[in-house]
Design a protein around this ligand. Structure first.
Ligand SMILES: Nc1nc2c(ncn2[C@@H]2O[C@H](COP(=O)(O)OP(=O)(O)OP(=O)(O)O)[C@@H](O)[C@H]2O)c(=O)[nH]1
Length: 365
């Protein structure tokens, strides 16, 4: 059987493909958004679609029943939600768009409670409000708005001449609606609270995991994966590959812990000796990969030389032992014609030449 080419992305099939096309339909270009933004845009647009699905036929039904005002309101909301869908899909501004969803929804619900809606059933739609309000505006703002909304509901139901008498409902229905609405607000609040706690924990854990995955434990510099990931996003960089000379001797003569201490110190010296914006990493063992940007090849060479001299001049003191170490450097540049991989291979071969030429020196293109 022929082997698969790992560079060719496979087309998703089945359910995954369907979900992808739904997301594309509702969100548009997802590549420019964070996963949280995609989720918010998707849910707002899904909600708007469900809204359209109900308001449009109910609006048309109202026109047929001769309820012109109700019909106009419902069709108006249909148009508003459709325009909002297009706006959100194009701009991805979910905060503005969320307001276009929730405030007309509050207004529509108050209107339905007041007029009774189609055949006096308007109040049955109330219960979709809490979940939408809390999702769009978060726990604090959402609860404040829901409290104001509940107050307005009570005023409309108890202090105005509304449809409840017209349709012959039992007098206790009004207070039951308010109680059940409060229960749904309470349950939605608990759900939103636990979801936001869970999301916060997820964000913290993923930030910690990223840090661990991209950081070298001993030196606190980036590790190989960390610098690779950062360099892949760059078009141009000068790579300074450094290796500690005769490091095996340090371990043999002063002990492995002294070797660890020397690696930590070298990392500190490098970090302090590099210009702002430069990257430093532990490439592996006693090797370090540094990257400098927005400077000439010669300036990169001078930076390597200055770090090399700083390390060579430093007296390493571990317990009652003191010693010196030196670095050898190989420099290469990554640019439009030289890829990251090629530049690393080149820097490695220059480093090899520096070692062969006697160590404690810098070699470049
Ligand atoms: N203490 C300590 N030693 C390490 C660590 N990683 C690698 N080493 C040691 O680094 C030494 C590298 O030795 P070699 O590859 O022979 O190179 P070298 O002695 O530095 O000699 P040249 O590179 O040829 O100048 C080995 O003894 C490794 O054990 C580490 O994390 N801590």
């Amino acid at each position: 059987m022929p082997e698969k080419d790992p560079t060719v992305l496979e087309r998703p099939t089945g359910l995954k493909a369907k979900l992808n096309s739904i997301t594309r339909f509702y969100v548009g270009d997802v590549s420019v958004l964070s996963s949280d933004d995609v989720r918010r845009v998707l849910i707002i647009n899904l909600f708007a679609s469900v809204g359209i699905l109900f308001t449009c036929p109910l609006g048309i039904a109202s026109f047929f029943q001769g309820k012109l005002l109700l019909g106009s309101v419902l069709i108006g909301v249909t148009f508003l939600y459709s325009a909002n869908h297009i706006y959100l899909r194009r701009t991805h501004r979910h905060v503005v768009s969320g307001n276009f969803v929730i405030y007309p929804l509050y207004a529509l619900m108050l209107y339905l409670i007041y007029t009774g809606g189609v055949n006096g059933t308007g109040h049955v739609w109330l219960y979709c409000v809490p979940a939408v309000a809390l999702f769009l505006h978060g726990l604090k703002k959402g609860l404040i708005e829901l409290a104001i909304f509940t107050l307005l509901l009570s005023i409309l139901m108890f202090y105005t001449d509304n449809h409840f008498s017209e349709f012959g409902y039992h007098p206790s229905l009004k207070s039951r609606i308010l109680f059940s609405f409060a229960v749904v607000v309470f349950l939605s609040g608990i759900y939103e609270f636990s979801m936001s706690r869970f999301n916060d924990e997820l964000k913290t854990t993923s930030a910690k995991l990223k840090l661990v995955a991209y950081t070298d434990m001993l030196t606190n510099l980036l590790n190989r994966r960390g610098i690779y990931q950062k360099l892949e996003q760059r078009q141009q960089a000068h790579l300074l590959l450094a290796d500690v000379d005769f490091f095996k001797r340090v371990n043999d003569e002063y002990g492995h812990d002294a070797g660890d201490y020397a690696l930590e110190k070298i990392a500190q010296i490098m970090r302090a000796g590099l210009p702002k914006g430069a990257l430093s990493s532990r490439w592996g063992g006693e090797e370090f990969l540094l990257a400098v940007f927005d400077c000439s090849h010669h300036e990169a060479y001078e930076i390597a030389e200055s770090v090399r001299n700083l390390v060579a001049d430093y007296e390493f003191n571990y317990l009652d032992q003191s010693f010196h170490v030196t670095l050898s450097f190989g420099i290469a540049s990554m640019n439009d014609t030289v890829s990251l991989r090629e530049a690393i291979t080149l820097a490695d071969s220059h480093l090899y030449n520096a070692k062969r030429a006697g160590r404690n020196q810098t070699r470049r293109d």
